[in-house]
Design a protein around this ligand. Structure first.
Ligand code: 5GP
Length: 189
């Protein structure tokens, strides 16, 4: 998506060898016009699928997921990170390792908000090693929901998430695909 790539070039900052910081329009401050355009793009890309609900993870997935849900006219549910020692009842759960934070999060979705045979689209901000999406796939599988695809704002193709999801036969669509960083510049695929 051209306007997203332009924005990444203008405002993205490369950290180390594999992290892109986009906190001025996606991960901290949010640009609503860009987000709306991205939501509409997801709706167009997945217009051939029957989608009942969008599923994401707090917190950075929420903004793009909400705009996609608005464009598709379906509800959005975000998996919450469980911070208490006791697990609430009646939740689907998964463990998700975050390579940017190097911690494992226990994520959960209440049984009331995900049910069998629902067609869901997973939306997230980044696809890196695929752990976040895998956690959501596990929850969808436990709930007997049907995953029609995964919509990602920024995919880093040099990490293993895409390969894992391709091997599982999951449809993945990304709005920007980064093949690497050179001299702190972003190189798109
Ligand atoms: P994965 O589970 O695919 O390894 O990583 C996905 C999650 O890690 C995303 O939801 C995102 O929050 C975070 N993440 C991964 N790579 C990056 C990155 O380069 N920049 C930022 N800002 N977040 C990232």
């Amino acid at each position: 998506m051209e306007i997203l790539e332009q924005r990444i070039k203008k405002d993205g900052r490369v950290l180390g060898k594999d992290v892109l910081k986009v906190d001025s329009f996606l991960n901290h401050q949010v640009d609503p016009e860009l987000m709306q355009a991205m939501g509409e793009e997801f709706a167009t890309i997945f217009s051939d699928e029957k989608i009942d609900k969008i599923v994401t993870i707090e917190s950075s997935g929420i903004a793009p997921a909400v705009f996609a849900s608005l464009a598709l006219h379906v509800p959005v549910v975000f998996a919450r990170k469980n911070k208490s020692l006791t697990l609430p009842e009646n939740v689907w759960t998964a463990d998700v390792y975050s390579f940017t934070k190097q911690t494992t999060n226990h994520i959960m979705i209440d049984h009331r908000f995900l049910s069998a045979a629902e067609n869901i689209l997973i939306v997230d901000d980044f696809l890196a090693n695929g752990q976040a999406v895998e956690g959501l796939l596990k929850i969808a599988n436990d709930a007997n929901a049907n995953v029609v695809g995964v919509g990602v704002v920024i995919e880093k193709t040099f990490q293993k998430g895409r390969q894992i999801l391709d091997e599982r036969g999951v449809r993945v669509e990304s709005l920007a695909r980064i093949k690497g960083f050179e001299n702190d510049e972003v190189i798109f695929l």
